[in-house]
Ligand binder design. Structure first.
Ligand SMILES: [Zn+2]
Length: 290
């Protein structure tokens, strides 16, 4: 580097420092303060007008904010394969008539031990012929693409409700599965055992974005709740909603079945936040009220 370059670099450094010193700091809180792997957490930026533009990221992945409780909030999904430890976040606020504000820090993601589950299934459901394999891969990609699509409008409001009444809490999220002796991808949802024909309801308001019959999930419904939040309902026996339909919290989507790869009648319920596979039971426990 030339002397001129060094001087310019030094000036740049001074300039950058001055800008960040002039910045007023945004007040940011994490809920919970130390999320576990698989949790749905939320970030609150306090004292921000509804009309403000708030943006931010965790590990460079964008957060999608919405006006909430006199500030702006965003959900953050800790994917079930996230490395525990500290992860960098940043937030920026632009508000009319006020200096831009920003804040940054690190959030600690706490480890969580998942069960190892050994399953024995008919070989025809495990060792797929090439055509079925291609079909299953294509269906998986279709779902992954859908989950990464962020609808700019928030459809959900307030508390989430359980997808099957009286079935208790779901089980098996994050289980490392060994099927017929071979390790498979971790279980990305929660299973609710219930008799065939039990009504399955929307856990919150949303839009039906997919009704299909896929190889592993069987008959399925995917709901888009907006701002990157999706919930999925697999192995259904019957489906009573159509793609494009808006649904309310508690509205019946269909009934419990054993379609696709299922050892018996149950609902596989899953949730995704901006493509992160999260424990849907932590979504049901979200304390946001509005
Ligand atoms: Zn399942």
């Amino acid at each position: 580097m030339t002397w001129a370059g060094i001087v310019l670099a030094a000036l740049g450094l001074v300039f950058t420092t001055e800008v960040s010193v002039a910045d007023e700091k945004a007040a940011v809180t994490w809920h919970p303060a130390k999320p576990r792997v698989g949790d749905v957490a939320w970030v609150l930026v306090k004292d921000v007008l509804d009309t403000a533009t708030v943006e931010g990221s965790v590990d460079g992945k964008p957060l999608t904010f919405f006006p909430y409780a006199g500030g702006h909030a965003a959900l953050f999904g800790v994917d079930l394969e996230t490395k525990p430890g500290t992860h960098a976040w940043r937030v920026g606020v632009i508000e009319p008539g006020r200096e831009p504000r920003s804040a940054q820090g690190r959030v600690t993601i706490v480890r969580r031990d998942f069960h190892v589950e050994r399953l024995t299934l008919p070989n025809t459901m495990v060792d797929l012929d090439p055509e079925t394999e291609r079909r299953a891969v294509a269906e998986g990609k279709q779902l992954a693409t859908l989950y990464r699509t962020i609808t700019p409008e928030r459809f959900w409001r307030g508390k989430f409700t359980t997808p099957v009444g009286a079935a208790g809490a779901g089980t098996g999220f994050g289980s490392r599965r060994i099927i017929n002796g071979q390790p498979r991808s971790p279980h990305s949802g929660s299973d609710f055992a219930a008799p065939k024909g039990t009504p399955v309801v929307a856990v919150n308001a949303g839009k039906v974005v997919l009704v299909a019959e896929f190889f592993f999930p069987g008959r399925l419904v995917v709901l888009d709740h907006g701002l990157g939040l999706y919930t999925v309902y697999f192995h259904l026996d019957t489906i009573g909603v159509a793609e494009g339909e808006r649904v309310e919290r508690g509205q019946t989507l269909g009934t419990v079945g054993a379609t696709g790869r299922a050892t018996g009648p149950h609902l596989h319920f899953g949730a995704q936040v901006a493509g992160a596979r999260v424990d849907p039971t932590t979504l049901l426990g979200l304390p946001l009220i509005d």
